[in-house]
Design a protein around this ligand. Structure first.
Ligand code: PLZ
Length: 450
């Protein structure tokens, strides 16, 4: 039996279901949650976690669940990953906060230096740090607006960029993210996304037609000269792991370059080896003007970054950017540990390996079951889209039912998609193969039973 020493004594890398899921202790805590926390804060699976590491989550009742979620693509290096634990432990005893804008510290600068090196493009870059993905995207737009003197922001169908006023406005899906929370920020325009599975005239026309429609929308409805930034996820995450048809991103980038529009890649979910490249933009050689990162950057500590062309970021006046906790020293230490882990443990390769295990098994399932409409994704960012057999009509009910069965069997899976009909898989990149295979077996069983 392989073990993980993450966070202390060895944590067995096994699935172990010893109670109903959720068990009695989790149910008791969930009842407390229901009376202390508003229902606006949802719960995918109401088991209360006490430890986690490698590929498992251990709950208060002693169940050990296989983790196909990584806390929504965050713990790519594993939970309580050894190098993260070591560096954060050391740092927490030295100092916990000074505010980088008041008195700086080296680890912040080192994280920025590293991001300037490893993000796509060999132009001169600058990076600044914030705490959340939404903050990173919002700051990218601030920079683009100031640098261009323009206001418009173009985003895409199925996009997700956060829950703050601006990023909620950039997000496509109404329920639950926007419903009742308006009015939304102005000067946000939404273009079609090249969604191969759902493109009306077929996959083969998708990239070209979608790009033409997006460009026409910008030209005719907004005016290219009014657009500060195009903001896009290289693979739409919450929107259902939609990989834009190949050729779409390069075409949009080319249009941005020709029109002085800042191309912002939101790699909050796709970044840091998740897709089998260090950044998903690399797959088609996209060099964004600004790249936003978060989630996988710091193994679970809250950190996010905005990295971009020096000439853009340097336009902002002194004091124009920042935040009390932005680039917290514990989170910076964690980020340095994550970068070391990705490199030393070959996690880019590991992500590709995970994809190469998952995709063929899922494709075989899709041949067997008509309600699996599409299998897609790259690396360890893989999804299936569920539809009514023989149609493309989304089936969120069957999606929820499969997730429920997986959960009951001790496999955490997440749903996604504008219609809630996508099951997405985001295992930690350090998940041992036997757990990956076992997780897929549970999934297969759940699918064959619904
Ligand atoms: N951009 C591409 O995926 C966060 C949302 C969880 P924050 N996705 C998880 C939820 O329901 O709130 C996300 C993302 C992309 C931006 C964000 C926002 O990142 O760290 O949640 O602010």
């Amino acid at each position: 039996m392989s073990t993980s020493t993450q966070g202390g004594p060895a944590l067995p890398q096994e699935r172990r279901v010893v109670t109903e899921i959720p068990g009695p202790k989790s149910r008791e805590m969930f009842a407390r949650k229901q009376s202390a926390v508003p229902q606006g804060i949802g719960t995918t699976l109401p088991v209360f976690v006490t430890r986690a590491g490698g590929g498992v989550l251990v709950d208060a009742d002693g169940n050990s669940l296989i983790d196909f979620g990584s806390g929504i693509a965050v713990t790519s290096v594993g939970n309580a990953a050894p190098r993260v634990v070591e560096r954060v432990r050391r740092q927490v005893g030295e100092f916990t906060h000074t505010c980088f804008m008041v008195t700086p510290y080296e680890s912040y600068v080192e994280v920025c230096e590293r991001l300037n090196q490893i993000t796509p493009g060999d132009h001169t870059k600058r990076t600044f740090l914030v705490s959340t993905g939404a903050e990173a995207v919002e700051n990218a737009v601030k920079v683009a607006r100031l640098a261009t003197g323009r206001q418009g922001v173009v985003v895409f169908d199925h996009g997700y960029h956060g829950r703050t006023l601006l990023t909620m406005s950039l997000t496509a899906k109404n329920m639950p993210y926007k419903q009742g929370f308006g009015p939304f920020a102005p000067e946000v325009y939404r273009a079609p996304l090249a969604y191969p599975f759902r493109w009306p005239t077929g996959r083969e026309n998708c990239a070209e037609e979608a790009a033409a429609q997006a460009i026409e929308l910008i030209d005719k409805q907004v005016g290219a000269g009014n657009v500060a930034a195009v903001v896009i996820e290289p693979i739409a995450g919450e929107g259902g792991f939609v990989e834009p048809a190949r050729g779409f991103l390069p075409r949009i980038l080319e249009y941005c370059r020709a029109n002085g529009i800042v191309f912002v890649a939101d790699e909050v979910q796709t970044g840091f080896a998740r897709t089998g490249d260090l950044f998903a933009c690399e797959d088609e050689g996209i060099v964004p003007d600004i790249i936003c990162t978060a989630k996988g950057i710091a193994g679970g500590l809250p950190l996010a970054a905005v990295t971009g062309r020096a000439e853009l970021l340097d336009k902002v006046h002194a004091g124009g950017l920042g935040g009390t906790y932005a680039g917290n020293p514990l989170a910076c230490e964690a980020a340095l540990a994550v970068l070391e882990t990705i490199e030393e443990d070959g996690l880019v390769e590991r992500a590709r390996h995970i994809g190469s295990v998952m995709l063929p098994r899922l494709r075989r399932l899709a041949e067997q079951f008509g309600f699996i409409g599409d299998v897609r994704g790259r690396g360890a960012m893989i999804a299936i889209e569920l539809v009514r057999p023989g149609t493309k009509e989304p089936d969120p009910a069957v999606t929820a039912e499969i997730a429920k069965r997986c959960h009951a069997a001790g496999l955490l899976v997440l749903t996604a998609g504008t219609s809630g009909n996508v099951l997405r898989f985001l295992p930690p990149l350090v998940m041992p193969d036997h757990l990956l295979e076992e997780g897929l077996t549970i999934l297969e069983k759940a699918i064959s039973e619904v």
